[in-house]
Design a protein around this ligand. Structure first.
Ligand code: NAP
Length: 258
């Protein structure tokens, strides 16, 4: 799609703030920078070596709703696109509240969630990490935990005696049970690599958030192939009043239309 061909000249001077940390946020930044729209991407600074988007980048929290509202006013931000991860719920709540204070238009860019394929062993959907931990403890003894570093504390108690394999981008800052195996790596992952990993560890349950996207889908494809249990933590719905799109190109068109 040619955004320039859409006849959009940027309403320059009023920068777009992209709340990022995702592949689709980087894709949107690239599309807007390409056509000369002033963009600042914001990252939380959680991972040691973040993948950086093109264009201006700021790193670190804003200081809650008031801090973000102040930032929007002081920088004269024209539009906000919340393209954070579906489970970055604190940042999303703050974005909704801050734009309401300042009156800045907000768009949500969120990748679609995953769905089980018809031939999959039934997935077990849960509403929280605590529930995921309790269900996992019942379903197996060798779980593969792919829920991210920040949620691991919910699992350490219920799975203290399990032979868990834990995969995270950066090492967790809590101590893990003695029987757990820690693997630090970052996707995307291939089905072949996921199969080799799960077979080598004898995994019997795969635990994940409903992150969606293709980068980490292979583990679920392989779990289904191997007939493993899958425990999936559901997303919390974004406020319905905010317009939501799932493709970066559509979000870029939305920005350019304004
Ligand atoms: P969170 O719990 O929703 O956010 C906690 C606080 O971190 C926010 O209140 C904000 O601090 C700061 N923050 C979060 N995202 C920010 C951003 N893009 N720019 C500036 N400050 C941000 O967030 P999280 O779950 O820790 O995720 C942190 C970042 O990692 C997100 O940007 C997200 O897109 C990315 N990420 C998250 C996950 C996940 O599973 N949660 C996975 C992949 C990537 P202040 O209140 O001080 O503004």
């Amino acid at each position: 799609m040619s955004l320039l061909a859409a006849g959009a000249t940027s309403d320059a001077g009023k920068p777009v703030l992209i709340l990022g940390g995702t592949a689709e946020a980087r894709e949107l930044a690239a599309l807007l920078v390409e056509v000369g729209v002033p963009v600042t991407s914001s990252l939380a600074g959680r991972v040691a070596r973040p993948r950086l988007p093109v264009g201006d980048v700021r790193i670190g929290g804003f200081g809650g709703v008031d801090g973000l509202a102040r930032y929007l006013r002081e920088r004269g931000i024209g539009l906000v696109v919340d393209a954070t991860h579906p489970f970055a719920q604190g940042m999303s709540r703050n974005a909704v509240a801050a734009v309401a204070l300042v009156g800045t238009p907000l768009l949500r860019l969120e990748r679609p969630g995953w769905e089980a394929s018809p031939q999959a062993r039934q997935w077990c959907w849960v509403d929280s990490h605590d529930e995921a931990a309790a269900v996992t403890a019942r379903l197996g003894h060798r779980p593969f935990l792919t829920v991210g570093r920040q949620s691991l504390d919910r699992f350490t108690g219920p799975l203290v005696d399990a032979d868990a394999l834990v995969r995270v981008v950066d090492p967790p800052d809590i101590s893990l049970p003695a029987r757990w195996t820690l693997l630090t790596s970052r996707g995307p992952y291939t089905a072949d690599a996921e199969r080799a990993l799960m077979v080598a560890h004898g995994c019997d349950v795969v635990v994940t958030k409903n992150s969606g996207g293709s980068f980490t889908w292979a583990k679920l494809q392989v779990a289904d192939e191997l007939g493993l249990h899958v425990v999936v933590v559901r997303r919390t719905a974004y406020p319905a009043v905010v317009q939501t799109m799932s493709a970066a190109a559509d979000a870029a068109a939305w920005v350019l239309a304004r």
